[in-house]
Write a protein that binds this ligand. Sequence first.
Ligand code: HDE
Length: 719
Amino acid sequence: MAAKKNPNQENDNKKIENLAPHTEDGTGEFLTTNQGLKINDNQNSLKAGERGATLLEDFILREKITHFDHERIPERIVHARGSAAHGFFELYKPLPQYTKAKFLNDTSVKTPVFARFSTVAGSRGSTDLARDVRGFAVKFYTEEGNYDLVGNNIPVFFIQDAIKFPDLIHAVKPEPHNEIPQAASAHDTFWDFVSLMPESMHMIMWAMSDRAIPRSLRMMEGFGIHTFRLINEEGKSHFVKFHWKPLLGVHSVAWDEATKISGKDPDFHRRDLWEAIENGAFPEWEFGIQVIPEEDEHKFPFDLLDPTKIIPEETVPVQRIGKLTLNRNPDNFFAETEQVAFHPGHLVPGIDFSNDPLLQGRLFSYTDTQLSRLGGPNFHEIPINRPISPMHNNQRDGHMRQQINKGQVSYQPNSIGGGCPFQAKVAEGGFTSYEERIDARKIRVRSKSFMDHFSQATLFYNSQSEAEKNHIVEALSFELSKVEREEIRKRVLGLLTQVDKNLVAKVADNLGMQAPDKPMEPVNGSYPADADPKDYEPKAIKQDVDKSEALSMAKTIKDTIKTRQIAFLANNGVDAAIVDMKKALESEGAQVKIISLKLGTITDTSGAAIKVDQPFYSAASVLFDAVYVPGGEKSVHALKGEANAIHFLNEAYRHCKAIAADAEGVELVYASYISINMPADNKNLAKEGVIIDGSPADFIKAIAQHRFWDREKESKVPS
Ligand code: HDE
């Protein structure tokens, strides 16, 4: 039967831009109550006389305050702190051999998306720069319905089974008796849990690496983590891992810097994302897939269903199949970023799940959590959550129902409504689950194929550059030094012995402890009560590769300075040539900010006025990627007398950033700690990113390197 328009349902196929009938910008409109009554006085409540008591009948006051009283909704239980943007996805080439999903087959379609990035542990108002995993959730508004890829910036997870998730989150969140610490894993309960959870070791390596302190949300990778399935028109399934590859490269900050940014600008990532989009420097990622034929499911030295494992890119290359561009900031943080509801179970035909036990649990959790967070079952009607494809069904009523369903029929099958809405045949786009063969006993055990907890942790560690390895040692030392109970520290060291002997020796030394020669015995609770602990003993399985370049950030994209923030330290009398350096950097897409003693303007050697962007007392080197000291004797002289200017340079140097000074500007550099390491000719410092009297091109090349971690080998300068 041809699909007939259901007279009982009136939910038309609207474009996402038109989905918000109540959008208003408040300009040129009268102020009204929520019932549309024009308000005459929004400054005074209704009183019995000028000085009298306020009257209960003041419905305008009561409406306003009642609404205000209920402005907050519960924050997300995890990933509460987030920032988001609109954009679109474009496909490079159709993929009919793998999937029938329309948005992965039609290169002419720009699929609208909404992407939300988040930290996991902190509250909604916590700092962006916490050491933490970042959420990377993308909602594709496809013509076949919403598809959500709810991933992270780290390709593995702490645990292998969803049943442990509440424990993991209870352990990492602020401790329940005193709600300390906020947005930090450096405390006893987290490491207690980890120390009893050997499967967490691979993820711990990532979380203690610089991946957990990104320079920008625009400069981090994203991963779907779990193995999913792609299903083609013939019903054939391939396993797939999803990747997002940022076109600006993968970059991070230094830990000391992260802690300072948290004070100077806790909204650092949010602001960075917002400003990049406002400035037209749209963040971009390529979408990648690793595809594994179903027949190859058991060919790997790990289980594809185990979310604590990656498939090395050397083993299965990532095919880049399309591009995500974020080009529009939300109009309203609450309505969009806060109310968006992602769910790994929002699928379209052509994509399906695997049996990863972590993913399986998530499929329950995400709808369930919206019931308390967004207040009821109609959260799909909130504009940001609505599909752009038509939506018709017999679900009715509930809290805050928006849709006005007409007619008599709200059941199926029906004859009164002409049978509407109809079920769709597969050929009409009807979704069917992949017909996986299941022939099994009902059991509550961990698969033996999930028991290798350390080989990939070692692979990750071995794949890091020397600087990255040092950062992992420092991060573990920092975190464990905050753990009060020695037995927890000991147990963690016991786990680290199985990752890398050198690593554990360094961490133990920093903690003033002995590295144990073998791990501690398993503790009750880390395996089932009746199980033989031997069955839960980790087993090392040799991996296909010992090192994987893709796991290190050292070889990431380093040929662009687009959107990098450059501080120019200047004052009255600054060399007029400052303009040339500024233009050179800006023509490469960088952003230059003039930092001086006071806000207002300064005058250069030609007498021209230059606007000061930030004074030293509110600026900070940690908010910039590089520093330039232009010439002009008078300017340099004034800066030499400003302790904040010297501190600015010291700190940028300590954080291994590119620094440039022209022939006169070098005087300020001499006044800083940088001079301790300066050779007589000043030139040899260029390899470490300190460019004295060089060209703009030299400076640009240095900024593109992002950081000169080798500098850390020298003693760290105070800052
Ligand atoms: Fe989530 N997760 N999660 N998670 N998750 C939530 O859903 C959950 C997991 C991820 O920007 C919650 O709407 C369980 C892995 C992101 O709105 C909640 C388990 C990965 C976001 C939830 C996991 C994620 C969430 C909280 C273990 C990476 C933020 C609010 C089985 C692949 C989405 C909400 C946004 C949010 C449950 C594990 C990613 C409670 C039970 C693994 C990016 O439903």
